[in-house]
Design a protein around this ligand. Structure first.
Ligand code: NAD
Length: 268
């Protein structure tokens, strides 16, 4: 069965990347491309806008019609826009995949309303590699125990304005949970006479420069040995591929809220 995928935020960077990924998939097809009512892209072909051949799907502001004609809505828009998208899905009992980040309370409440009647995947990072890294990091920290010091280093391009990255924080929380350490144990820089490293500490360090898409390394170090787990992103298309994998996975699932570890079968 070919799943019909509607994209909300279709003219954005991620929306266009998803149009590109759907072009290569056999199990899913683009059924609608939704944009803001005041978008200058309305009426343009979604495939052409994404830099490929025409998809035969014009950009529209008609969210209700797009939801009615899809099996799953993929949202990469903006926090306020997510509420309308999820409520439209709830009204039609349609599945949704939400990639928009910075969700506020109203958006989270809309996801909960939808989860009561249909399946919804919400993930701040759709990279399959990062999802695996988070899983392996927690397992490694748990297996190696308190005798291994955990240090996290992330690097991103020079334009990134926040630090550390959300993924580095997720990594620190995953390792912290496995070690029984709260966020009070995180240290975000060291300089001067900081003293010997206490065991109950997780270092989270940030590098910035060039055009690095995203690198995260967890180092677990004990006397005599070091284990390092690294994820290196080289292409932003990884998020689009992960979101399309989630869209293909979620159709037909029971109502409820899922994350990327469910999609990849990593949830315990
Ligand atoms: P973008 O600004 O390029 O695209 C957002 C699009 O949504 C724009 O075209 C905008 O016009 C559209 N939009 C805004 N309001 C709308 C509305 N009411 N109805 C329909 N469309 C609307 O941004 P982007 O880089 O594509 O990122 C979008 C979101 O996805 C951001 O929150 C970003 O942080 C997040 N993101 C998540 C992941 C992940 O893996 N989860 C990866 C990359 C980006």
């Amino acid at each position: 069965m070919i799943h019909r995928v509607a994209i909300h935020g279709a003219a954005g960077r991620m929306g266009r990347a998803i149009v590109g990924v759907l072009r290569e998939r056999e199990g899913a097809m683009l059924s609608a491309a939704v944009e803001r009512a005041d978008s200058t892209s309305l009426g343009l072909d979604a495939g052409t806008l994404a830099g490929g051949p025409p998809a035969g799907v014009p950009l529209t502001a008609d969210l209700a019609a797009a939801v009615a004609g899809c099996d799953v809505l993929v949202d990469f828009s903006a926090p306020d826009a997510v509420v309308d998208a999820l409520d439209a899905c709830a009204a039609a009992a349609r599945a949704a995949v939400v990639g928009t980040t910075g969700l506020h309370a109203a958006a989270i409440a809309a996801a909960d309303r939808l989860a009561a009647v249909a399946p919804v995947v919400v993930a701040p990072n759709f990279s399959q590699g990062v999802t695996l890294l988070l899983h392996l990091a927690a397992r490694a920290a748990e297996l190696l125990g308190p005798g291994f010091d955990a240090e996290i280093v992330e690097m991103h391009h020079r334009h990134k304005v926040d630090a550390p990255s959300g993924t580095a924080m997720a990594l620190a929380r995953a390792v912290g949970a496995a070690k029984g350490l709260s966020e009070e144990a995180f240290v975000f820089g060291r300089s001067g006479q900081v003293g010997a490293r206490p065991q109950a500490q997780i270092g989270v360090m940030t590098l910035r420069g060039g055009d690095v898409v995203g690198e995260h390394t967890l180092t677990l170090a004990a006397p005599g040995e070091i284990v390092a787990l690294t994820h290196r992103a080289t292409d932003r298309a990884i998020f689009a591929r992960g979101a399309v994998r989630a869209a293909e996975w979620i159709v037909g699932r029971p109502a409820g809220r899922y994350d990327m570890s469910d999609v990849m079968g990593l949830a315990s």
